[in-house]
Design a protein around this ligand. Sequence first.
Ligand code: SAM
Length: 438
Amino acid sequence: MVSKSQNPRKVAVDILNNVLYKKKSLKYLFTEKLLSNFKDIDKAFLTEIIYGVLRNLYYIDWLLEIFFKDKEKLSPFTINNLRIAIYQLIFMRVPDYAAVNEAVNIEKIFGGKPTVVNGILRNFLRKYSKGSAPECQNLSIKYSHPQWLIDRWIKRFGVEETKNILKANNEKPPFTIAVKPQERGAVIDYLTKKGFLAKATSYSPAAVTIEGQIQNILKTLHESPFFWIVQDEASQLVCFLLEPKEGISVLDLCASPGGKTILTAVLMERGKILSIEKDKGRFKTLKDNILRVKKFLPKVEIEAHLIDLFKLNIKESFDGIILDAPCSSTGVIRRNPDVRYRVTEEEIFRLSNIQMKMLEKASKFLKRDGILIYSVCSTEPEEGEFLIDKFLQKHKEFISINSVYPFFESFYLKKGILRSFPHKHGTDGFFMVRLSLR
Ligand SMILES: C[S@@+](CC[C@H](N)C(=O)[O-])C[C@H]1O[C@@H](n2cnc3c(N)ncnc32)[C@H](O)[C@@H]1O
């Protein structure tokens, strides 16, 4: 259990061990709940060192490599402690002596190798005094992304665009919420009066970006009289692509944490949504999130079911279906910098097979004049355009069709098939398609 007096560097080492060695997901370890145990100044510092190390891991390791004598003898704790110290020395304004002394102290707390850590960091500082660490031209090291993923992107987009993707993936993403489109102006006024920089975005009519300390923003939003949820603009666009009309029925087949269920409910104002989720823990999150906003949606009936979509056995068909399938998450690397170290090419192929089976199953529940939206937060074609081509080849009864909304203009790859990118649109990277029966 963390207490307010806990050392942020020590917690950062712990989190990095879990993410980089045990392959746990950063977003489930580094939560608002964990942060709430720290003083404001430590919250910002902890966030910066964790995200900073993960965004620059290969570069930091490249710099460190020449200072190791017996790297194999160092524990993951020591290596992550060193990475955190190097990040502070190169990228932050932490005084050299403080970064080194703190790293040595942490090493003592872990019962690690304080003398080795002290030696490596002092040698590092002798070679590279402030600001003199060399640049690396190798893209994988410079932007800290796996080579196989960079090779894929270069083949598809060329070197220059790939560099832009890599840069955008290492930038801090905006904090974005979805509100009722008719209340967007009022929400922005409210937040502005409370001292935040709040802006309407370019594409989703429901999106507001807010600058400021996240916990202060959340506190202000909780006290506000408005409907809001935290949701990236691209994720919001998936709901607009459905064009939910008043009174329709919607099936959301991969629903938790509920962003798309909830914004769809807001947009349709009146109707019925059946939300499916197979994971027990995530189902609870879905239920909690729906419960929080229920008062803002008095005319939409949302029913949530804990069930594997492959076992869904109902006779009903729906006006709208959303299949926001589990994916490699390569479109959300800027929000989850650890994704790049977990994802593999095999995983992309494995997911693609599951996604196709999910889409086949989803398509069975569509009404004659209904719309089926398939989406993933992946940049990879096996989970997007290749999969849809295959589906449309096999299912001649389906076609992809454009939305009536003009704000989708810059996202189309083909009729009804869309992609968003952080480096182009400033949104998360999503693939989405609008399918209807012929
Ligand atoms: C990309 S997330 C969905 C995000 C959600 N649509 C939102 O906007 O908040 C995919 C979800 O699908 C769930 N899932 C994966 N396989 C499933 C299955 N076979 N049946 C139902 N849900 C599944 C996962 O547990 C995960 O919560």
